[in-house]
Design a protein around this ligand. Structure first.
Ligand SMILES: Nc1ncnc2c1ncn2[C@@H]1O[C@H](COP(=O)(O)OP(=O)(O)OP(=O)(O)O)[C@@H](O)[C@H]1O
Length: 594
């Protein structure tokens, strides 16, 4: 059990502030200076009204007026400069902060075990890495500095206001808890509605995404009307939720404006009375009104920011969930032995979860340099054997062992093991890059000749040269669409580039016609003479040249032998052989008649 104490929410955030914390501090210092400069202007106005206005007719008065105008100008220039540096350092700090989060998340996700990726939906992970990270960015880079700035502004302005007139300040300040409380309460109540609208947006965009990626299925099954109706229904729900929200928000703004209006009105009336009673000078009154109106917007937004900030906690938890997931650890001896020996499965028993055993007590040996065929019904556990061989999953202690050249693979460094086992999967994944880049993905310095040679062995060179851009043709959404068979062959070429001593073909020729399949296998055998080849296939024709063939069913070994041995005895292999031979004959006869 992991006894390490999990970091608290703020610790999670602080680790990303490394290297940029000083920028946030600088930004706050500039923001303080900016606010202080802004606070000067009403004081200059106050002085001008109380001391200059009466004597502006004489030259001394005019001199003072110019000084006051100059002071306002200097305050405006300084405030502009401080504002610029405050925003600039904040932007720099924010980008560094975001870069740190993105780097950490991506590097961490790359190192998470395969099982973790299987258990989690890609969409969910992407949402945590985008939307939740955005909420955290907003919290750290906007909301926290805003709260600091607003609180400082309130303390400074209220301090100045109280120093001018306590009575009027008490009247103005009495409204602050009402305004902050009102917007805070409102946003905390409306939060659920925003969440529902966000979910509706998610549902709407996933409908669009599914339809774009699954356009062929939609057309082939004539589901356009159904999909359009589904989209319309979701679109309507989404629009409905936002219209309702729009109504509620309008009421909120109107009520907020009303409360603020009442506050300004009260300050105006009280201030006028105080001026009339000579408890306040005209200049002080004007400065007071100016400070009061400068406080209105920040105070109104404070409640919203505070209530929004509570959402960041959930997002931090969602991102921390990914960061807390344990990376793949090397627990064995991390050896790097030569991998050209026999591969032995010894009493291998395995289950992905406790309830469903997948492999049961499987023991067999794959002689070094041989071609080893595996046949079995779907779901019988063939790919699982390969997951174990590649250490995508480790065999728990007591569940048997797998050795290569006598070394338990749990003691072989994962990275090394995987770099020496070339895997070609049934549904290969190609990156949205050029075909050449896809083939040479494992090469530090791609070599054109080697790329072409690998493509030739995989029988895909002609097809590639047929494209206008040849090996520079981009694969995927931005480029050409390769057929299933072409993709499989590009993936084979990619694996051949590894020059791995062990090659696994997991039903990876299923989309290739029988003739090309045979051609590829012969070329492969000639090229990779010494390699141990594991060939998983449903086609007897592909398997029959193998040195040994393992037949499995429901996670158990049923038969093991050469093609000749297996067809000379009753069993699954012979049954499948006969079915496939008969259907081949029927196809040939059909062809002749036609
Ligand atoms: N990562 C996984 N997590 C949980 N269960 C899995 C996982 N991979 C496969 N299984 C389950 O294990 C069983 C064996 O799957 P496996 O892919 O090994 O079969 P297979 O013989 O290769 O099938 P096919 O010929 O259809 O590819 C199946 O029931 C499958 O649902």
């Amino acid at each position: 059990m992991n006894t390490e104490k999990k970091p608290g929410k703020f610790q999670v955030i602080f680790r990303f502030l490394k290297g940029s914390f000083y920028l946030f501090v600088l930004s706050l210092v500039f923001s303080v200076l900016f606010t202080a400069c802004n606070a000067l202007t009403p004081q200059i106005i106050r002085y001008a009204v109380d001391h200059i206005l009466t004597g502006v007719g004489d030259s001394y008065g005019r001199h003072l007026l110019f000084l006051a105008a100059g002071a306002v100008l200097v305050a405006a220039i300084l405030s502009g400069i401080f504002n610029y540096f405050s925003k600039m350092t904040l932007a720099k700090g924010s980008e560094n902060f975001m870069k740190n989060i993105r780097d950490t998340l991506f590097h961490h996700i790359e190192k998470l075990p395969f099982a973790w990726h299987v258990r989690h939906q890609t969409g969910e992970i992407i949402q945590r890495c985008t939307s939740d990270v955005e909420v955290i960015r907003n919290f750290v880079c906007n909301q926290m500095p805003d709260v600091f700035r607003i609180v400082f502004l309130m303390v400074l302005y209220l301090g100045i206001m109280f120093s001018m007139n306590v009575k009027l300040s008490l009247v103005a300040a009495a409204f602050i808890p009402v305004i902050v409380g009102y917007s805070g309460f409102f946003y905390s109540k409306i939060g659920d509605r925003f969440m529902k609208a966000d979910e509706a947006e998610g549902a709407l965009s996933s409908t669009v995404q599914e339809n774009l990626t699954g356009v062929r299925v939609v057309r082939a099954f004539g589901r356009e009307k159904f999909e359009i109706d589904r989209f319309d229904e979701r679109n309507e729900r989404f629009a409905g939720l936002w219209i309702k929200l729009g109504g509620i928000m309008s009421a909120y703004w109107a009520t907020g404006d009303f409360i603020t209006g009442i506050q300004i009105l009260t300050v105006l009336v009280t201030g006028t009375v105080l001026v009339v009673h000579q408890e306040l000078t005209l200049g002080e009154f004007l400065a007071f009104v100016s400070y009061n109106s400068s406080l209105t917007w920040p105070i109104r937004s404070l409640g919203r920011i505070l209530s929004d900030m509570s959402k960041a906690g959930v997002s931090v938890e969602r991102v921390a969930y990914i960061l807390d997931a344990e990376e793949e650890k090397e627990e064995g001896k991390a050896l790097q032995p030569p991998l050209d020996g026999d591969i032995c499965f010894e009493h291998v028993t395995f289950a992905y979860d406790e309830e469903h055993p997948i492999l049961e007590d499987m023991s067999f040996t794959i002689p070094a340099g041989s071609t080893f065929g595996i046949l079995g019904s779907t779901g019988s556990g063939k790919s699982t054997l390969m997951h174990l061989l590649n250490r995508l999953y480790d065999l728990p202690p007591g569940n048997g062992r797998i050795t290569i050249g006598g070394v338990d693979i749990r003691d072989i460094k994962r990275e090394y093991l995987r770099a020496h086992i070339g895997m070609v999967l049934q549904e290969p994944f190609l990156f949205s890059r050029s075909i050449g880049e896809n083939i040479s993905i494992t090469e530090e310095t791609p070599h054109e000749e080697r790329i072409h040679h690998a493509a030739e062995i995989a029988c895909v060179d002609e097809a590639i040269e047929h494209f206008t851009d040849g090996y520079n043709t981009i694969v995927g959404e931005r480029g050409v669409t390769l057929s299933g068979g072409q993709k499989q062959r590009v993936a084979i070429a990619r694996t051949l580039m590894m020059k791995a001593p062990i090659l696994v073909f997991d039903d990876s020729l299923s989309a290739v016609d029988a003739e090309t399949d045979a051609k590829i296998r012969h070329a492969l055998k000639a090229e990779m003479e010494k390699a141990t080849v594991l060939l998983i296939s449903h086609r007897i024709n592909s398997l029959k040249q193998a040195d040994l063939i393992l037949v499995m069913d429901k996670g158990k070994i049923c038969e093991l032998g050469t093609h000749e041995e297996l067809i000379s005895q009753e069993g699954i292999y012979k049954d499948i052989y006969e079915i496939q031979m008969n259907s081949d004959i029927r196809v040939m006869e059909g062809g002749k008649k036609a």
